[in-house]
Design a protein around this ligand. Structure first.
Ligand code: G3P
Length: 229
């Protein structure tokens, strides 16, 4: 399963990319607005930090302008994925861009019917928003299960299921269980995934016992090297 991070915060991206666990980045107009920085410059910098797909979203709503915006965004870097909303004009843009070899992430997906359309339009990624469905008392993860099952019926579908609007590690574990290809994680969720109190407790006990031995692993290496001289 691939992990993208769902942020436009450069410092967060640099920090998390250093873990070696980040396969891509997703941004949206709200995340860009939160940074207060220039959109194109920010996306360009992100694409230079993370070699995998970096989603940059169009903001027009009519096909001709969406296409022009998408073509401009695609030129920023070879790893840019153009993000379009799941509307008729958005899917028309998706088809035109994917036919010309540009990766497209179709966003704001809330139903299996919409996901079928996105696959037919040649999307590289479909982004179902699980958290926002949970927010309205609808099971977001059920939608992931449905889309994964439907896509699996058709080997010709190359669209990857990108679980978005993730709110906590259980969403990620459930998505992995269902075989979703990608989850895009807010930075705090990726950090939460490392945590377990028994890991902290166990490590503290190991370190306390190790201290009692008076030994040092690197010190032992130095000693062995000296003995061999
Ligand atoms: O990738 C889409 C995601 O950013 C939406 O998340 O938390 O605003 O529903 P949220």
């Amino acid at each position: 399963m691939k992990f993208f991070i769902d942020t436009a915060d450069i410092a967060e991206i640099r920090d998390l990319a250093a873990t070696g666990l980040v396969d891509g980045v997703t941004t949206n107009p709200s995340l860009i607005a939160k940074t207060g920085k220039d959109f194109i410059a920010t996306v360009k910098e992100i694409a230079s930090i993370v070699p995998g797909p970096v989603s940059a979203e169009v903001t027009a709503t009519d096909f001709p302008t969406m296409l022009k915006e998408g073509q401009k965004l695609a030129k920023i870097a070879r790893n840019i994925t153009v993000k379009v909303p799941l509307t008729p004009d958005g899917l028309k843009t998706c088809k035109a861009l994917s036919d010309s070899g540009t990766m497209v992430n179709v966003t704001l997906c809330f139903s299996a019917a919409q996901a079928i359309l996105a696959a037919k339009a040649g999307a590289s990624f479909i982004s179902p928003f699980v958290g926002r469905l949970d927010d309205i008392a609808t099971d977001g993860m059920q939608l992931i299960e449905d889309i994964v099952t439907i896509y699996a019926q058709y080997p010709a579908i190359k669209t990857e299921v990108l679980v978005a609007s993730v709110r906590h590690p259980v969403h990620v574990v459930d998505a992995a269980r269902m075989g979703a290809h990608v989850a895009t994680l807010p930075p705090n969720v990726l950090r939460q995934m490392f945590q377990h109190p028994l890991t902290d407790k166990g490590l503290a006990a190991f370190l306390a016992d190790w201290k009692k031995t008076g030994q040092s692993i690197l010190g032992a290496e130095d000693g062995a090297a000296k003995a061999a001289e």
